[in-house]
Design a protein. Structure first.
Length: 250
């Protein structure tokens, strides 16, 4: 395994309250993409915010293809166990695939106080690509991403992410998505959902899908009208932090 890129390092913003939030980054990316909102949340509430680096991320796409969703979730379990030993109130949040992991944790781990999911890939805008992934992996283990000006700006602002999509790992994420979809109706924690209406990757109906099927608990859905998929680095990151702060103090 290659060395971790300095821009992809995990972060821990230690607070002065009894509340902590575990904030999970997305597929192929790193904690750098959730740090802006994590920093704002920390400043607003004084809570501790932890941004772990998931296995296979932050080094090379080859490393990511050697991992699976169980590896990513084991990392989350360990981080939550550490936080729950130190703090009486623990929330979990995630962007994109991080949202899937957060929702799965909400189903499996006791003692959490709430779950926050941002642009969770329940319904993608590229269903054929997802469906063809098991075949594609045999002749193209890495699929190039379309890099736009917004992506280049985020790189300049410190975001680290792979320029390609490791297909084997993508298939594993797809398996996690199926599991989470089955678990939604049994969730028993308060849920805060965000959905970017300008999301390039996720169908905006994804958040509504979660909200409708998690009807047994308190669910708040916030639509981000001016944000793309990486909303935590977009023009409405302050809105996200404010809504998270309000959700965590109720």
């Amino acid at each position: 395994m290659e060395a971790i890129n300095p821009q992809a390092s995990p972060f821990l913003l230690s607070g002065n309250t009894d509340t902590a939030c575990l904030f999970i980054h997305g597929f192929t990316a790193s904690p750098s993409e959730v740090y802006p909102v994590g920093q704002l949340l920390h400043g607003m509430t004084g809570c501790t915010v932890s941004g772990p680096l998931l296995p296979g991320h932050g080094c090379s796409p080859q490393d990511l293809n050697q991992t699976c969703w169980q590896d990513w979730f084991f990392c989350i379990e360990q981080e939550l166990e550490s936080l729950q030993e130190l703090y009486s109130r623990v929330f979990i949040a995630g962007l994109s695939m991080g949202g899937l992991l957060a929702l799965h944790a909400a189903s499996k781990i006791r003692g959490l106080n709430g779950v926050i999911a941002i642009n969770t890939p329940i319904i993608t805008k590229f269903p054929l690509q997802m469906a063809a992934a098991p075949l594609i992996r045999y002749f193209r283990p890495f699929h190039p991403k379309k890099i736009g000006s917004a992506d280049e700006e985020m790189v300049e602002e410190g975001r680290f992410a792979y320029p390609v999509m490791p297909i084997k790992a993508l298939i594993s994420m797809k398996q996690l998505r199926k599991i989470v979809i089955r678990e939604i109706s049994a969730l028993n924690l308060p849920i805060l959902l965000f959905q970017s209406l300008l999301d390039e990757s996720i169908n905006p109906n994804s958040a509504e899908y979660i909200k409708e099927r998690a009807g047994q608990v308190r669910v708040r859905l916030v639509e981000l009208r001016n944000s793309g998929h990486i909303a935590t680095m977009g023009p409405e990151k302050l809105t996200i932090a404010e809504e998270m702060a309000r959700f965590m103090t109720i």
